[in-house]
Structures are given as C-alpha cells and as structure tokens.
Design a protein around this ligand. Structure first.
Ligand code: ADP
Ligand code: MG
Length: 415
C-alpha cells in the first residue's frame, strides 16, 4: 500500500456522506438525502478503484449503484408527492456494508447481475495521449469536444456540443487506444471526475443477448447519473448489423430502438446539465444500420499510418522503450509501408526479442544453477540494425491491403 493510497480516506468520506444521507432521510428531507446518497455513490465508485480484488471491486460498484438508485427513488417519491400524491411508504435505505446483498427474488437477482455487469464496465486506463503516435487532429478533436462539454458557456447561451463520435478504419490503427487515452484524461480526480464505460459490444451481445437492450439502457442511465461521462462502444457494428426488418429478431429490434433513443439523448431532454459523450469504433462501418449511422455527427476515419505517423509510432514502441537503432529511422518507415500501428508494434517486438534471444542464450543454464545466479545476471542488448527489421518483417503480413484501405476512403465519400 503506497503512502498515497486514497482508499481509507474515500471509505471515510463515503461513510460520512451515508451518515448525512440517513440523517436527512430520518428527518424527512428526501431531496437532501438524495443529494447525499448521490455523493456517497460517486465516492463509492471511486473507492471501487482501490479494491484489492475483482470481487471486492464488483461489490463496491454494486453498492455505488444501489445508493444511486435509492437517490433516484427518493427524488421520484418527492416529485410524486409534490404533485399531490398521498404520502408513500418509504423503502428502507441501503446498508453501508458493501458485501451484503439482501435482494432475493429471481428478477432482482437478474437486475443485480445487469447492474454489476454494467458497473464492471466503468474503467480507467493507463494509456495517455503521448502513447499514441500521430493522429494529432483526432486527438485535438476529442479534447476539444470534451473541453466544450465541461466548460461554462456565456450566460444565456446554449451551445450544442457533439454528443456522438464514431471512429472507423482498418484494424490495429489506434481506435481503441484513442478511447483508452480519453478515459485516462477523464480521471482528473476530485470534483472534475468523469466516468468512462468501456463496452466491447460483441462481448455484451454474445453474453447477454436477450438482455442487451436492458444493459444499454442501464449503461446510459448510470452514465447520465454520473454526468459528465463517456460511453465507448467498441466493435460497434455487432450492435446494429444491417438486416432486413423481416429478418430481425425481437431482441434485435429492441436493441436498435434503445440505441437510437440513447444516441438522440431522449432521456436527457430539458436537462442541459447532463452530458454523455458516446464514442463508437468499428472496422466495418458499412455494416451499421443507416439510421444509427446518421446519429453520429462526427465520423472520423483513422487510416493506415502515413510516413510521419509511422515514424512517431516507431519512436513510441522502439526508442521510448530504451532500444537503440544503428541506422536510419527513415529506412524503418519505408519497411513498414502498409503496416498498421499494431503491425509496427509486432515488428518491433519481433526484432527486439530475436536480438535478445541471440545474445542471452546461456540464460536457461543459469536458471538450472539457481535463481540467485539468474538474478545476478545482466541482460545483454545491442543496437538494432535495419537488417534486423528486414528479417523480422518477413514474418509479418499486413492485414489491410491497399484495396481494402480504398474501401474505407470510398465509404466516406458515399456518405
Ligand atoms: N497510433 C498509434 N500509436 C502507437 N501505437 C499504436 C498506434 N496504433 C496502434 N498502435 C498499437 O497497436 C495496438 C492496437 O491498436 P488498437 O487501438 O487496439 O487498434 P484498433 O484500431 O483495432 O482499435 C495498440 O495497443 C498499440 O500498441
Ligand atoms: Mg479496437
């Protein structure tokens, strides 16, 4: 545990918020109680990041959702009562104990499973903007959109920020990486915190097919309650693959209408204070339902890297990792023509591991002698030559051909 471990501090402020919530609840001030439960929920989400195990993280996120749902319920009751309904019998507030789950019916069990599936999607990533080579304009676009949504507009002025952005392009070009850096940039800490939902659509679809539309609603519900937040939908084409209306199953139709209303922000109408940014990524944009497609105000092509970008990517994966090149980087840029970022990374890995294996082939014998010997051994390396890369490149065949790249370019022109 480091000296900077926030865990215990978060736990205390969460308990504090819960205490205030319960006092307000007992005093009959439901609006104030809801505010404190919301605060407890936010802190609990943060606290979940410091969990010691996956199970504990789940339990904490589940608790956070329980507090949030209870706050929502209190506000509903308040609204109904102020609209003249007779006083409600109040549900009991959730307990502070993060590991207890008292709900028992099967339906509640299912809802809890969905809630915990959704809370497990809340992530942050260690990837920063500097880990992404090139794509300067795209990075700027995203930062601008985020900034605009967080900034304060002039009094009385309504600025319509972009809500839906789609990345499309060949596999391995940095789409997922871009979303990861976005999530990292959101964890500014404290009040400025924003939640990032990392949803691999194909996974959700295969695991929870019948419940997928419920999960999507739950994701956006949680995202709205924790505004500002970002929902990243990776492998987006699996969600709404184009199919004739008569071929669609009931579940597919439900998913389609759910995602359309979420992308339109129908549940946020009239609430200018809520901001949920959706970022979708796909390798196969042409498979996406056209109504869904039209909801994305920005459709950004992430192409195969040009020479300048390839040099930046080589820099990140080779030089920044401490290896040296005895030769011209321009030659590597040429060798990697037609490669995606992922293939460049693979090439560098191949070249470095081959070099290391050649220089250190006595390592197995050392391990035989004892682990102490191995620990005392200094791994030998040498500068890599352009030839090392030429050899490594023979084992790598780029997955995206020039014709396939053209398909992405043409598709954009069709739009
Ligand atoms: N622009 C880039 N800069 C640095 N590394 C990259 C870049 N593009 C791809 N990579 C490398 O390739 C891997 C796969 O990229 P990813 O973002 O998952 O591609 P996709 O576009 O398929 O989502 C990354 O983890 C990273 O190591
Ligand atoms: Mg990806």
């Amino acid at each position: 545990m480091s000296a900077f471990d926030l865990g215990p501090k978060l736990k205390r402020s969460c308990e504090d918020a819960l205490h205030k919530a319960k006092m307000a609840w007992k005093g009959g001030d439901h609006v104030a109680a809801a505010g404190h439960f919301d605060a407890a929920s936010k802190i609990m989400f943060k606290y979940a990041e410091y969990a010691g195990s996956r199970a504990q993280e789940y339990a904490r996120k589940k608790k956070a959702i329980e507090y949030r749902d209870f706050a929502r319920r209190l506000r509903e009751i308040h609204d109904e009562e102020s609209a003249g309904a007779k006083a409600h019998k109040l549900p009991a507030p959730p307990s502070a104990d993060e590991d207890v789950d008292t709900r028992q019916t099967e339906e509640a069990g299912k809802d809890a499973e969905i809630s915990s599936a959704v809370s497990s999607l809340v992530t942050t990533s260690p990837v920063t903007w500097d880990d992404i080579g090139g794509l300067v304009e795209t990075k700027r676009d995203i930062k601008y959109t985020l900034g605009l949504s967080l900034a304060t507009p002039p009094k009385g002025v309504k600025i319509a920020a972009f809500r839906n952005i789609m990345f499309f392009g060949p596999p391995g070009t940095g789409k997922t990486l871009m979303a990861a850096a976005t999530s990292n940039s959101l964890k500014a800490g404290g009040e400025g915190n924003a939640l990032f939902f990392n949803v691999k659509v194909s996974g959700v679809m295969s695991k929870y097919f019948g419940e997928s539309s419920k999960i999507i609603s739950e994701i956006y519900g949680t995202a709205r309650d924790n505004s500002p937040s970002v929902v990243f939908l990776d492998e987006f084409e699996s969600l709404t693959a184009t199919r004739g209306a008569d071929e669609q199953t009931g579940a597919e139709r439900r998913i389609l209408s759910t995602i359309l209303s979420e992308l339109d922000g129908l549940s946020e109408k009239g609430r200018g204070d809520i901001f949920v940014l959706t970022i979708a990524a796909t390798n196969r944009p042409w498979e996406i339902d056209s109504a869904v497609l039209s909801r994305f105000e920005k459709q950004i092509l992430i192409p195969l890297p040009d020479p300048v970008t390839r040099e930046a990517i080589l820099n990140i994966h080779l030089l920044k990792k401490g290896f040296e090149l005895a030769g011209e980087i321009a030659d590597l840029v040429e060798i990697t023509d037609g490669f995606s970022g992922r293939e460049i990374e693979r090439l560098v890995k191949q070249a470095t591991t081959t070099m290391i294996a050649e220089l250190n082939d006595d390592l197995p014998d050392l391990v035989d002698k004892g682990l102490k010997e191995a620990k005392g051994y200094q791994v030998k390396i040498r500068a890599l030559s352009v030839d090392d890369f030429r050899k490594a490149a023979t084992g790598i065949a780029p997955v995206t051909s020039a014709e396939e790249m053209k398909r992405y370019l043409d598709w954009r022109q069709d739009e």
